[in-house]
Structures are given as C-alpha cells and as structure tokens.
Design a protein around this ligand. Structure first.
Ligand code: GTB
Length: 216
C-alpha cells in the first residue's frame, strides 16, 4: 500500500521546508517510494481522529497498511530499513548511521529548538533578549564539535545515509540565524544535502502545498 503522511495544510514557514514532514518526504524521495499526503488544519490536528495517530496532535504521521508511526526519527528509520539506499549493509556502519540520526534529534535539535522558543514564544519578554546569547552559545557548543568531526568529509560517516537526512534537516532550522555560516563546512554540508535531487523533489512537493493555499 502507498504510505500516507500528514502535513500542515498551512505551514507557518510559508513553504520553506522547515516543518518536519520535510525529512520524511526527503527520505521517501531518496528511496523512490511514492506517498500520499493528508493535509491537516491546526484544528484537525487536535481532533480525536488525528490524536489516535499522534498522541500530541502533531504532524507528521506515517500510515502504511496497518502500521501507524509518529516521531520523524522513527519514521525515517522505518523507511531506511524497508528500502535500500539510506542505511549501509555493514552492521557496524549501519549502527553508526543510526547514532547520527539520534544525535541529530537529541544532541543537535534540542538546543536549536530553544532558539525558536526564545525567538517566538518569548519574543516580547525582556528575559528572552537576555537569554539569546546563552542559547546561541549552547548551539555553538554543539556545532563546533560537529564541524570538527565532519571535517572535509562529504557526509557524516562514509556514504550518504538516513543520518544525513536527519542532520541536514535539523541544521536547516538555523538558516536565518547566521549561526551556520560560522562553520563553513557545515554550511557546505547542508548545501550538499539541499542539492540532492530527492531533496529538491521533496522541497517542491511541500512548496506546492503552500502555493496552492497562498491566495486563499
Ligand atoms: N518530535 C516530533 C517529531 O519529530 O515528529 C515533533 C513533531 C512536531 O514538532 N511537529 C510540529 C507540530 O505539529 C510541526 S514541525 N506542531 C504543532 C503542535 O505541536 O501543535 C515543527 C515546525 C513548525 C513550524 C516551523 N516553521 O514554521 O518554520 C518549523 C518547524
């Protein structure tokens, strides 16, 4: 059965590929698995039908036959395990690629989310302005070692993997912060990911959703 994912009917990012369905779309495009998308309003995301799929009322979800998944790390891992192309055959290299997936959502994404909170949720509070330099430094504490580890390599561990899908999409959240540019090899790494044909197809697909609703 063709898998179905859920995504924002109107993404707050205006089609910039920042919402987390982007990483699932990209993984599906990398393995050439066609998929359907069910678009949800914010109200629909909090209704029982969607809460039965995603306990927190968030997107994306993934449905395939009688399997329902939430959490993008788990969804991308499932796709990578089901199809060749996103995880190495060698068992140790495979385990390392999965470590990078966890690293992306755990070690790297967590401080980046703090930046989003400081920018938007606390934007009117003076304490947000005070916190901002500390939040940025916490991100630098993660980007520095990541940059050192990546060095001149093309991808995180040998060939392109699901670890790179997760890491590139997480780092893209820094796009307008200026932080990524402080680490030219990480900026180049993100650009390499964005240049992949599968990334471009995924980006265009989510952008088409924004374009379709833009004038409504
Ligand atoms: N840990 C979960 C996962 O990885 O699947 C997190 C899922 C999640 O945070 N989903 C967000 C959501 O549904 C959308 S992606 N939020 C609604 C809610 O919680 O009620 C986060 C997101 C939203 C908007 C932008 N943006 O506008 O730039 C970027 C990222």
């Amino acid at each position: 059965m063709t898998p179905t994912i859920t995504a924002f009917e109107r993404s707050p990012d205006r089609g910039k590929g920042q919402a987390r369905d982007m990483r699932v779309r990209w993984a599906l495009e990398e393995v050439r698995q066609p998929y359907d998308v069910r678009l949800l309003s914010f109200r629909q995301m909090k209704e029982p039908a969607h809460l039965a799929l995603q306990p927190f009322g968030q997107i994306p979800t993934y449905e395939e036959d009688d399997l329902v998944l939430f959490e993008t790390g788990a969804i991308v891992l499932h796709i990578a395990e089901r199809h060749p192309g996103l995880l190495p055959q060698d068992i140790n290299a495979r385990a390392r690629a999965i470590s990078w997936m966890f690293c992306a959502v755990n070690t790297i994404e967590a401080p980046i989310l703090e930046l989003q909170v400081a920018k938007f949720a606390e934007a009117n509070e003076s304490r947000a302005a005070q916190r901002m330099p500390l939040v940025k430094d916490r991100i630098r504490d993660r980007l520095g070692p990541l940059s050192t580890r990546l060095g001149d390599a093309e991808w995180l561990d040998g060939g392109f993997s699901a670890g790179d899908v997760m890491m590139v999409t997480v780092l893209r959240r820094l796009n307008v912060s200026g932080l990524l540019e402080e680490y030219p090899n990480l900026a180049a790494y993100v650009a390499r990911g964005e240049a992949r044909p599968a990334f471009k197809r995924a980006y265009e697909a989510q952008f088409a959703v924004f374009k379709a609703t833009e004038d409504e």
